[in-house]
Design a protein around this ligand. Structure first.
Ligand code: FCB
Length: 436
C-alpha cells in the first residue's frame, strides 16, 4: 500500500465544540431545567460535566490543549447571565471571562454561540421567538456579550441550528415547549423571529466589535431518495434539502423571509453573516411526503442508537453547496455517538479526508470543530449517547481519552493526516484512502 501524508493549511483551525447546558450543570433558570424538573424531558442534566466549577472546565481545556487543538466553540448560557429580565449577573459574566481567558492562555481561539437550544425560563414566559419582544432582548444580550467578551472572541455564532430547533421543539416536541402551543404555524413564526433576532444580534455585535466574524451554525443533512429509482422520493429529497438546508441561508443572503415562514423583508438581514457555519452529521433517506425516518439501507454504517448514517462524502457535497454564499466555511460541528469508540477513528479520518479534498479544490474551509471534546448531556437523550473524544463517567466525573482523541491529537499537532495514522487507527480504510 502507498504511504503518503496529506497536509492541511498552517492556519487551519483544529477545534472541538460544546454547549453550555450540556456541560455546565445547575442551569436552574433555563427552560431545560424547568422541563427536566417537571418530567417533560426524561433526563436530568444535574451537574452535567461539572463545568460550573471553573477548575473542572479549565482542566478539560488542558486536555484540549494537550490534544493540540487551537480552537474551541462554546456557548453562553443566557439564563445564567440574565437570570431575570434586565438583571445581569456579574458573577456569571466573570465566570465566562475566566473560561475565555483560560482558552486564550492555552493558545485556543474561542468561538462563542449566543443561543444554543436553551432559553431563560422568563423569556419563554414572554413568548420567546414567537414574540416581537425577543428582538430587543436578544439584541441587548448580544451587545452585552460583545462588550463583556469581545476582546477575547474573534468569532461568534448568533444561533445554533435554528431549523433543528424548530423541528425538535414544534414537530417532534421532544424539546422544552414554547408558551404558544407547539406546532407548524407557531413554529414557523418562531423561525421568522429567529431570523429577525439573528439580524439584530449581528449588528449589535458589529457595533461594538466591527471586526468580529459572525455567523450561524447551520445543520446540514445529506438527504437522498429512499428508493433511488423513485422520482417522487428524489423530488422529496430535494424539497427536504431546500426546507432544511438552504431556506435559512437564502433568507440571510437576500434579507427576505421565505413565504413558508410568513414572508416579508427584514432590515439588516441581507448579507448578515461573515462565514458559513456547517454542522454536519449524517445522510438521511427521504421517502415521498414523509417527515419521519424510513429505515436506513441494510448496508448503512450506523452510529450508536441509530443516531444517523455515517456518510463522509456528504460533507464535501455540503461544502460545495455552500460555496454559493461566497464566504469562508467552518465545520462548526461534526461527530457521532460511539461509546466504544468503535467507529470514531474511522469517522474522523474519512471526514477530514473529505475536508482535505475540499481544500485542495480551493474550497475555503478554514476550520473544523469536532463535536465533542468530552461526553456530555445530550439534551432529551441525556447520557445515553456519548460523543466525546474524551470519555466522561457522569457519576464519578472521571475522564479518559479515547483512541480517537489520541488520533485527533496527532492530526492537530502535525496539521496532517497520514497513511501511518490510518494504519494505526483504522487499518481497514487503507486500501480506500491510500491504494498502492
Ligand atoms: C447538534 C447539536 C449539539 C449536539 C449534537 C449531537 O444538533 O447542536 O448540541 O446535540 O447535535
Amino acid at each position: 500500500m502507498a504511504h503518503a501524508t496529506l497536509y492541511f493549511p498552517p492556519d487551519f483551525l483544529w477545534g472541538t465544540a460544546t454547549a453550555a447546558h450540556q456541560v455546565e450543570g445547575q442551569n436552574t433558570n433555563s427552560d431545560w431545567w424547568a422541563a427536566e424538573e417537571s418530567g417533560m424531558v426524561a433526563h436530568r442534566s444535574g451537574q452535567a460535566c461539572g463545568w460550573l466549577d471553573l477548575e473542572t472546565a479549565l482542566a478539560d481545556f488542558d486536555r484540549a490543549a494537550d490534544m493540540g487543538t487551537n480552537a474551541h466553540r462554546l456557548s453562553l448560557e443566557w439564563s445564567r447571565i440574565e437570570p431575570e429580565p434586565s438583571v445581569f449577573n456579574q458573577e456569571a459574566i466573570d465566570y465566562y471571562r475566566a473560561l475565555l481567558e483560560g482558552l486564550r492562555a492555552r493558545g485556543i481561539e474561542p468561538m462563542v454561540t449566543l443561543h444554543h437550544f436553551s432559553n431563560p425560563q422568563w423569556l419563554v414566559e414572554k413568548g420567546d421567538f414567537q414574540s416581537d419582544l425577543i428582538v430587543e432582548y436578544f439584541q441587548r444580550f448580544a451587545r452585552r456579550a460583545a462588550e463583556a467578551f469581545g476582546d477575547l472572541v474573534p468569532k461568534w455564532v448568533t444561533i445554533n441550528e435554528p431549523v433543528v430547533y424548530f423541528y425538535h421543539r414544534h414537530l417532534l416536541r421532544c424539546f422544552p415547549p414554547p408558551k404558544a402551543p407547539a406546532g407548524w404555524s407557531n413554529g414557523l413564526r418562531g423561525l421568522r423571529g429567529m431570523l429577525v433576532a439573528h439580524a439584530a444580534a449581528y449588528h449589535a455585535i458589529k457595533a461594538v466589535r466591527p471586526k468580529a466574524q459572525i455567523g450561524v451554525a447551520k445543520h446540514w443533512v445529506a438527504f437522498e431518495p429512499h428508493r433511488p429509482g423513485s422520482p417522487l422520493d428524489r423530488w422529496w429529497a430535494g424539497m427536504l434539502s431546500r426546507g432544511f438546508n438552504t431556506l435559512w441561508m437564502q433568507a440571510m443572503t437576500s434579507g427576505r423571509i421565505p413565504l413558508l415562514f410568513g414572508g416579508g423583508r427584514v432590515n439588516g438581514l441581507a448579507g448578515s453573516f461573515d462565514f458559513v457555519g456547517l454542522n454536519y452529521y449524517m445522510r438521511r433517506p427521504a421517502r415521498f411526503l414523509s417527515l419521519g425516518l424510513p429505515p436506513p439501507a441494510p448496508d448503512a454504517l450506523m452510529s450508536d442508537g441509530g443516531f444517523g448514517e455515517i456518510y463522509p462524502r456528504g460533507l464535501k457535497a455540503a461544502i460545495r453547496a455552500n460555496l454559493a454564499y461566497d464566504r469562508p466555511i467552518y465545520i462548526t460541528e461534526n461527530g457521532l455517538p460511539d461509546s466504544q469508540d468503535r467507529l470514531r477513528p474511522g469517522f474522523l479520518i474519512t471526514h477530514l479526508h473529505q475536508i482535505w479534498h475540499a481544500i485542495n479544490w480551493n474550497f475555503p474551509v478554514m476550520g473544523y470543530y469536532h463535536w465533542s471534546l468530552i461526553d456530555n448531556f445530550e439534551w432529551d437523550r441525556g447520557w445515553t449517547q456519548r460523543f466525546g473524544l474524551i470519555e466522561v463517567d457522569p457519576e464519578t466525573q472521571v475522564r479518559a481519552i479515547r483512541p480517537s482523541g489520541r488520533l485527533y491529537g496527532e492530526i492537530c499537532r502535525s496539521f496532517t493526516l497520514s497513511s501511518r495514522m490510518v494504519e494505526r487507527y483504522a487499518i481497514d480504510l487503507m486500501p480506500k484512502l491510500f491504494p498502492g
